[in-house]
Ligand binder design. Structure first.
Ligand code: ADP
Ligand code: ZN
Ligand code: ZN
Length: 727
């Protein structure tokens, strides 16, 4: 008897045995539909054996092995295996969640092979003239079958409405048989003609492209450290061109949906739309499946995708590129909490291909690897298309309480307006005001479901919670003292837009944040208006910071960046620096020189000195010195145990027990005291967390292997986050 081992999307770290009489080792990696409980599930075959690990009588049979679909190749199964061990997440969940949804549903037609018919030996031996000439349908169908091609349902209906009935008779008589249509043949690999409207490379770009292409064929981690506008994308495109010219495939990871269309069109302009697919979570199910299949069958030479694309099977993968490698959207924040940038390195290594990490502000983890010589560093120090913008720091301490715009910033914006150039005013907080305040007693509107305040949205006339989505009309009077003197306190982008309209009445202003771009395509429409010069002033959050090329944009004013300077999160400065440099990078990209003005109440903070000098290396060096001294990553390795429950006491009782269980395992790791996260209650659920840390990665994982099995609980929901980014 033959059995298959199947990984299923269930939270158990085991594979399940099923009978499959006709299974062969070639089926390893194939999708399979199996009975599970009272229903059916899709799984991936991870092994084929003659013996089962449980009593044979209890083993059920597979329903269907999807032999018409591409295998999940060993490379992807190994990657899933790695994730399962490293992120301590069940293998089945990792594997199945890496697939397009259309392949995970048992009712999905994708799992049923296309039907087709052919003649049996008996049928082939028949004399065609034995079929009467007036039986036209019989004759036509028989001739069609005799041609040797597979006959598919559409061919049958084309012959005539009664042809399918005739076909059933043929099958019944043993002349024809139904088979599953085989996997679409692997297409012929053609070296791709690359259209040559590419730029003439700068010297630094040429060195980088040469270094990448020379390392093809072996594992080579490369940091492409290029200032904004230095032409990193051009380097990616030319390296990719070298790959596809030899029939290889390239995977280009990008941070998030917003960025995808713009970069995607640059890629399709260069390589042709028929050889490129984009993969991201915004796709309809069928669309995502079709693109995934084109990549997995090797038809698409280039995949441009967000973090989930790291799991795409690509039989001829020869290069991996991670654009904006420092971007935190590469980290999956729920379920299987993987980091796609880190997995890009794992995959490139197992595959033996180069991996290029590109950024103007690489993560400190990556900087450290480059410093240690583990990654090769390729710098791009000059802007390809123009000059680097000047950065000025504006001290807001001398300003009055209602003076939200520094006089120098106001002057700069007027100047840009007068010249007909565009400006960007940046504030990383949406809504009208972060709180509604009672001017009489000091009451501020809280979210009753979260330990957070409600944000006032003036246009919608609603108080909204940015943590749980709760929405409420404003109270008419203060619930605490009855006063009617309720006022918005503080500044969000909505208010900033209003203030700018008062200050610059002739300016055409557009706001870009999650509230104004909720509708599909709203962002593209705004971008078109900016390009058509219908906008003078852009107001927005970090949605505007990334990768958008606005050629007429010369000035950037940053209002209120100070929250990031004094945050308890040790990564806050790293993020703020990256964000500010990225926002600054929007200014003066083409022939117009740019200027960036940053308002702050802490102008002497060392972060700003590095920013004015636009010296990322210095900033990174300082940060790494501090991190080493304080014992923070990347010099230690961390995992975070999170728990949540309806009762605060249940959360902390659970975490206290977890600490005790952990300490009993020895002192290879440091266990910190359980604490609430920044927002201790969200949507009525209390949260708590416990940090585990070690100098050695192996020690941390040994500890987790022993500790996690003891943490089961039915009173709290818990999860483990390896290399956590958010606390
Ligand atoms: P990055 O990705 O580093 O921010 P991009 O690749 O987007 O930079 O390039 C910035 C701008 O410079 C783009 O408009 C691009 O077309 C242009 N550019 C890139 N390389 C060159 C080059 N070698 N010569 C002229 N312009 C270039
Ligand atoms: Zn009050
Ligand atoms: Zn809330």
């Amino acid at each position: 008897m033959t059995f298959v081992q199947v990984a299923l999307d269930v939270p158990l770290g085991i594979c399940f045995d099923y009978r499959a009489a006709d299974a062969t080792p070639d089926d390893i990696g194939r999708l399979v539909v199996v009975p599970f409980g009272r229903g059916y599930r899709v799984g991936v075959i991870t092994g084929v054996s003659d013996a089962a690990s449980v009593a044979e009588a209890r083993i059920r049979s597979v329903l269907r092995i999807a032999r018409h679909l591409p295998h999940i190749p060993a490379e992807i199964r190994d990657l899933a295996d790695f994730c399962s061990r490293y992120y301590h997440h069940p293998l089945g969940e990792v594997l199945l969640n890496a697939l397009p949804t259309a392949l995970r549903r048992t009712d999905a037609t994708a799992l049923v092979p296309a039907r087709a018919w052919r003649l049996t030996a008996t049928g082939a031996a028949l004399d065609p003239s034995s079929i009467p000439a007036r039986a036209t349908i019989q004759r036509a169908l028989f001739e069609r079958l005799r041609s040797g091609d597979l006959v598919r349902p559409a061919d049958v209906t084309a012959i005539g409405p009664s042809a399918s009935r005739v076909l059933r008779v043929f099958v019944h008589s043993g002349w024809a048989e139904e088979i599953s249509a085989p996997d679409d043949a692997t297409p012929q690999v053609h070296a791709l003609q690359v259209s040559q409207h590419s730029h003439k490379l700068t010297d630094e770009q040429a060195v980088a492209v040469a270094a990448i292409t020379e390392s093809m064929g072996g594992y080579a981690p490369i940091l492409l450290a290029g200032v904004t506008g230095s032409g990193k994308t051009e380097v990616y495109l030319q390296a990719i061109a070298a790959v596809v010219a030899h029939g290889g495939q390239a995977l280009l990871l990008v941070p998030e949906i917003n960025l995808t269309p713009q970069l995607y069109s640059r890629v399709t302009d260069r390589f042709g739309a028929d050889r490129v697919v984009s993969l991201h979570s915004g796709l309809a199910e069928g669309e995502r499946l079709e693109r995934w299949l084109r990549a997995a069958r090797g038809e698409a030479a280039i995949v441009v995708g967000t973090r989930l694309a790291i799991f795409t099977p690509m039989p001829r993968l020869a290069l991996v590129v991670v654009d904006e490698e420092h971007d935190t959207s590469y980290k999956q924040q729920e379920g299987h909490r993987y980091h796609a940038r880190d997995l890009a390195l794992v995959r490139a290594k197992s595959r033996g291909v180069p991996v290029v990490l590109g950024s103007a502000t690489p993560s400190l983890e990556t900087v450290r690897h480059a410093d240690d010589g583990r990654y090769r560093r390729l710098p791009l120090r000059v802007r390809a298309g123009g000059s680097v913008p000047r950065v000025r720091i504006l001290n807001t301490r001398p300003l009055g309480p209602n003076e939200w715009l520094h006089p120098a910033a106001a002057e700069a914006l007027s100047d840009s307006l007068a010249r007909g150039e565009q400006s960007l005013v940046f504030l990383n907080r949406r809504g009208y005001a972060p709180t509604l305040l009672c001017n009489h007693c000091g009451w501020v509107a809280p979210c009753h479901r979260c330990s957070a305040r409600l944000t006032w949205h003036q246009g919608a006339r609603k108080l909204r919670c940015h943590h749980c989505g709760h929405e409420a009309p404003p109270p008419r009077v203060c619930p605490s003292c009855g006063s009617q003197d309720l006022r918005p306190l503080g500044q969000g982008t909505e208010r900033l837009e209003e203030q700018l309209a008062v200050r610059f009445p002739t300016a055409r202003i557009a706001r870009v944040d999650r509230d104004t771009t909720r509708r599909k395509d709203a962002f593209d429409a705004l971008r078109d208006r900016v390009h058509a010069r219908e906008i003078d002033l852009l107001v927005g959050t970090q949605m505007l910071a990334k990768g958008h090329d606005f050629p007429r944009l010369t000035r950037v004013v940053v209002v209120g960046a100070d929250q990031g300077l004094f945050s308890p999160d040790y990564r806050a400065e790293e993020r703020l620096f990256a964000l500010l440099l990225q926002v600054a990078g929007r200014a003066g990209r083409a022939d117009l020189p740019g200027e960036v003005l940053i308002q702050t109440g802490a102008p002497d903070h060392p972060l700003f000195a590095a920013l004015v000098a636009q010296d990322f290396d210095r900033f990174a060096r300082d940060q790494l010195v501090q991190r080493r001294a304080a014992g923070f990553p990347p010099f230690v390795h961390q995992a975070l145990l999170r728990a949540e429950a309806g009762e605060e006491s249940a959360v902390f009782a659970y975490l206290d027990e977890a600490v005790a269980a952990g300490r009993a395992l020895g002192d290879d790791v440091t266990l910190f005291d359980p604490v609430p996260p920044l927002i201790g209650k969200v949507a009525g659920r209390w949260r708590g967390q416990l940090l585990v840390q070690s100098d050695a990665r192996a020690a941390l994982h040994r500890f987790l292997d022993a500790w996690l099995p003891q943490l089961a609980s039915n009173r709290v929901r818990w999860s483990i986050d390896v290399d956590p980014l958010d606390f």
